[in-house]
Design a protein around this ligand. Structure first.
Ligand SMILES: [Zn+2]
Length: 79
């Protein structure tokens, strides 16, 4: 996360926003978890386990839905 989701100030890696003092450690941890789940899903997809990838992407959607999560979900569950 590069900017505070509340006031949009730059964070420069800080867990507390310098402008509005929002505590963002929990949000940042969820973002990291989402990235980890997406990475694991990509590995599952590359190794021929689309069902496993789909389960990981479903979890990723819950913790940190991003365009990448939506795009990869489209690969494992074509509509
Ligand atoms: Zn802020």
């Amino acid at each position: 996360m590069e900017r505070c989701p509340i006031c949009r100030a730059g964070l420069n890696g800080a867990e507390t926003c310098r402008r509005c003092r929002a505590e963002l450690a929990t949000v940042q941890a969820l973002e990291r978890l989402g990235r980890h789940l997406v990475g694991s899903a990509m590995i599952r997809l590359a190794t021929g386990d689309p069902a496993g990838a789909g389960r990981l992407l479903a979890r990723a959607r819950l913790v940190h839905a991003t365009p990448a999560v939506a795009a990869l979900s489209g690969l494992v569950k074509p509509s």
